[in-house]
Every structure is written in structure tokens, then in C-alpha cells.
Design a protein around this ligand. Structure first.
Ligand code: NAD
Length: 451
């Protein structure tokens, strides 16, 4: 099939490359000329495991192209995916200006002849958006076309794998033609029997928000349980195992920590709250999810303040992990933004490491880097020298089994604040650390404890 993917970000680039991989002729279009120039030079603008060879191969074999000519690309394609950003507007609702701008372009790019176009919103958009997309296209053309909703469920860090082997594909359609073309398009991705779920368009649009809101709810729920565990000296890891083995609950998304971030959960929960209010449905449960998450992001700085008697001026902290989760360089809404700024605002300096987000960190923290409050280190051990404590903010694999002797020997004081519960408190105490994690008892160095 001739496919246009409009918007070449995390979703559009991955979708475009994967659709090319199954033999389609794909053109990815974006208004960001720098991004397109980099892609045409064989450079991948984001870090995503497995993406580079996929893009390289499909570029080389001529199935994948990149361009800034959105109108021309859309005009030639049978299937148009809209995969542009839907950032939160001031009132929390999803800002649809990019989606609707693309829809207008599609409407103006409907040459006579050729197959009926199928226009698919892959961006996460509130219920009712397909109607707006349809109206925006119809303003400029009287040629027939089909609008579908095909929300994307890929996870950054495992995006290629998720797209190539999705748990399910959700497609909202209202025409038999669109249904059969999309069934054909997705058949190579569901050969092992995972379903392509066809449904009405409104249900498909809601499904995406419901999925993200449910996952965010599990996280905030467990963070609330973690607070209770801390208050009474229990251990949230035991509670997690205790409930996660119940097959009605399942083990996923039950880790306590310093809150969810990223480009999706925060904005999608906000947007769903907005939609619920607009439609007169009580959003209380999701307002609670947001509140818990906001305070969870501040948790580590409070713990650090408590430990250092309320004064951080002149202190230096080592930070491991800046991306909102491992295996991505994405720092949108990352807890690290709150933590690093929180430490610096209180007079501390920070030395931070992240395996992939160094470039992004340079953008997000340009002001702090400029003033010398924050420096970014090439290696994780480089941050430690003389620091008053180590804070772990992202559970990157290389941090999981570090050289603890080296950490203790290099830090100014053997104090660790672990926002991701990477290490065992008893073991940390044995090795001489004062170890604070989330929802588990604070561990004091074994020698001190026995004194
Ligand atoms: P992104 O910011 O990485 O990329 C969006 C791209 O769209 C940018 O390159 C931008 O230049 C381009 N763009 C904006 N307006 C345009 C226009 N008028 N014409 C052409 N290109 C235009 O965003 P993303 O993370 O890929 O997310 C895209 C959508 O997919 C969002 O709605 C998001 O909620 C959803 N989504 C994201 C993820 C994820 O993990 N990132 C997962 C599922 C769904």
C-alpha cells in the first residue's frame, strides 16, 4: 500500500519504519526540516532500541522516504496516518491544532482518480476528534474518503517490538472499505493470533485514554499504598507480590516509585479529566491519580531535606538517571525535572548521569548548566566523587548491579535515596549505606544499627 505518515516523532517514525518493513511504500512527512534532513542523512533523532537498523534497511531498499512536503505526500498516498503531537492545552485538554492542520492539508490534497483515501488518526485524540477531522477534510473536497481511529499503544523503549508484535490493534471504523484495507495492512503484525479489534470510532478513541489512565491509576494507587507502608514500617515490595499474584490483579504496573512521567500518561490523564468534566462525568478518581503523582515527584527532595536537617545549601548530589524511564532519551514530564530543580532551588549542586538522555538534559536544564548548578557526567561513577548522597531517579539496567564498594568509597557520605527501589535495603545496610527507598523501611548502616 502507498502510505503517508504525517508527523515523524516517536510514534510516526516507528510506525513508518515498521509499515515499510512489511513491504509497504511509506513516506514520512514532517514540518520540522532539521529532523527530516537528519533522517535523510541516516541519523535517527531519538534513541529507540532496534529503530536505527530498521530505518536504515528500509531507506536503502527504497520502501521508506522522508520529506517536508506534507501536501505532496498526502496527495499520493492511499492511507494517511496522522501521527503529530497532541500536547496539553492550557485547560488540560488535548490541543488538536496540529491534527486539524494536517486534516485541512489532506482535504486540499485529494487529486481526482486513484483509490479513496483512508485517513487514520494515530495521535492520541479525545473522543469526537474523528468528526472534527472529517469536517476539516470535507471543507476542502467533495471526493469520498474514510476516517478511522487507530490509537497507538507502543511503549517508548520497546516501541519497535510493540509495533511489530502488538498485544492488540484497536481500529475504530465506520465503513467496510476502511475495515478491510486496515485488516490487510495489519495482518502481518498479528500472525501469532493477537487480535485486531474493530469497533466504532468513539470507542476506539476512548480506549487509548482508558488504557493510559488505568496504568497511571495503578501507579498512583501503589504509591498511596507505599505511603501507608512507610507510615507503619511495612514493605511495599511484599505487598506488591502479595497482590500481583492474584490473577484478577496481575503483576504489571505495580511498582512504587517517584511517579510517572513521559509524554503520554501526564497529558492523557489531564485530557481525560477534561473530557469527563465536559461530558458531566465525575473525574474524581483521575484527579486523585494526578494529585498523588504530583506529590510523589516531590517525595525524594523532602526525604533529602529531612535527612540533611532542612538545609541543602552547599551540598552536592549525584543523580543517576534523567529520562522518564529506562531505554529512552525522552525527558518530557520526567520526575528528574522536579527533583534536580528542587535540589538546586535549595542551594545544592547536582552532578547527573544518564546513559542516553544527556543531549535532552542539556536542553531541559540549559539554565542550571549555565550557572554551574548542574553538570552532566559521561560515566555514572564520575558523578559520585565527594557527593553528599546519591539519588537514583531512573531504573536503567546498568545501575542495577553497580560496584557498591566503589560507590561507598567515592561518595562523600554513604547515603543513597533510591526513587526506583532498585536495591535490597538489608543488603545496602550491610554494605554500610544509609538507604532510603519508596514504601520500604529506611535502612541504616549495619554498624550504626548495632551500636
Ligand atoms: P513527537 O512530538 O515526538 O512527534 C510529533 C511530530 O509531529 C514532530 O516531529 C512534529 O514536528 C510533527 N508535526 C507537528 N505538526 C505537524 C504538521 N502540521 N505536519 C507535519 N508534522 C507535524 O510526538 P510523539 O511522541 O510521536 O506523539 C505523537 C502522538 O502519538 C501524540 O498524540 C501522542 O500522545 C501519541 N502517542 C505517543 C506515544 C509515545 O510513547 N510517544 C505512544 C502512543 C501514542
Amino acid at each position: 500500500m502507498h502510505i503517508a505518515v504525517v508527523g515523524t516523532g516517536y510514534v510516526g517514525l516507528v510506525a513508518g519504519a515498521c509499515l515499510a518493513e512489511t513491504g509497504n511504500d511509506v513516506v514520512c512527512a514532517d514540518i520540522d526540516a532539521r529532523k527530516i534532513a537528519r533522517l535523510n542523512a541516516g541519523e535517527i533523532p531519538i534513541y529507540e532500541p532496534g529503530l536505527e537498523p530498521l530505518v536504515e534497511r528500509n531507506l536503502r531498499e527504497g520502501r521508506l522516504r522522508f520529506t517536508t512536503d506534507v501536501a505532496g505526500t498526502v496527495a499520493e498516498a492511499e492511507v494517511v496516518f496522522i501521527a503529530v503531537g497532541t500536547p496539553p492545552g492550557e485547560d488540560g485538554s488535548a490541543d488538536l491544532q496540529h491534527v486539524l492542520a494536517v486534516a485541512e492539508t489532506v482535504g486540499r490534497s485529494m487529486p481526482a482518480g486513484g483509490p479513496e483515501k483512508i485517513v487514520i488518526t494515530k495521535s492520541t485524540v479525545p473522543v469526537g476528534t474523528a468528526n472534527k477531522v472529517r469536517e476539516a477534510i470535507a471543507r476542502h473536497t467533495d471526493r469520498p474518503f474514510h476516517v478511522c481511529s487507530n490509537p497507538e499503544f507502543l511503549k517508548e523503549g520497546a516501541a519497535v517490538q510493540d509495533f511489530m508484535r502488538p498485544d492488540r490493534v484497536v481500529v475504530g471504523v465506520d465503513s467496510e472499505h476502511a475495515r478491510s484495507r486496515l485488516a490487510e495492512l495489519y495482518a502481518p503484525f498479528v500472525r501469532t493470533g493477537n487480535p485486531v479489534l474493530f469497533m466504532d470510532i468513539a470507542s476506539a478513541e476512548i480506549t487509548k485514554y482508558a488504557a493510559n489512565a488505568m496504568l497511571a491509576t495503578r501507579i498512583s494507587f501503589m504509591n498511596t499504598v507505599a505511603g501507608l507502608c512507610e507510615a507503619v514500617g511495612a514493605n511495599v515490595s511484599h505487598v506488591r507480590q502479595g497482590i500481583g499474584t492474584d490473577e484478577r490483579i496481575g503483576p504489571g504496573f505495580l511498582f512504587a516509585g517517584i511517579g510517572y512521567g513521559g509524554s503520554c500518561f501526564p497529558k492523557d490523564v489531564k485530557a481525560l479529566v477534561h473530557t469527563l468534566r465536559e461530558t458531566g462525568v465525575d473525574p474524581a478518581i483521575l484527579e486523585g491519580v494526578e494529585q498523588v503523582n504530583a506529590s510523589q515527584k516531590r517525595l525524594l527532595v523532602s526525604r533529602v531535606l529531612e535527612h540533611f536537617g532542612g538545609d541543602l545549601s552547599g551540598k552536592c548530589f549525584a543523580v543517576w538517571g534523567l529520562s522518564f524511564k529506562p531505554e529512552t532519551d525522552d525527558m518530557r514530564e520526567a520526575p528528574s525535572l522536579t527533583v534536580v530543580r528542587g535540589l538546586c532551588e535549595r542551594g545544592a549542586t547536582v552532578r547527573a548521569h544518564d546513559p542516553e538522555a544527556r543531549h535532552e538534559a542539556g536542553r531541559y536544564f540549559a539554565d542550571l548548566i549555565e550557572t554551574g548548578e548542574l553538570s552532566l557526567c559521561e560515566h555514572n561513577y564520575d558523578c559520585l566523587s565527594g557527593a553528599d548522597a546519591l539519588l537514583v531517579l531512573t531504573e536503567w539496567a546498568p545501575y542495577r548491579t553497580p560496584d557498591f564498594e566503589r560507590i561507598r568509597g567515592t561518595l562523600g557520605g554513604p547515603v543513597v535515596f533510591d526513587g526506583r527501589n532498585l536495591w535490597d535495603p538489608a543488603r545496602m545496610a550491610e554494605m554500610g549505606f544509609h538507604y532510603v527507598s519508596v514504601g520500604r523501611p529506611t535502612a541504616a548502616p549495619a554498624a550504626a544499627a548495632s551500636r
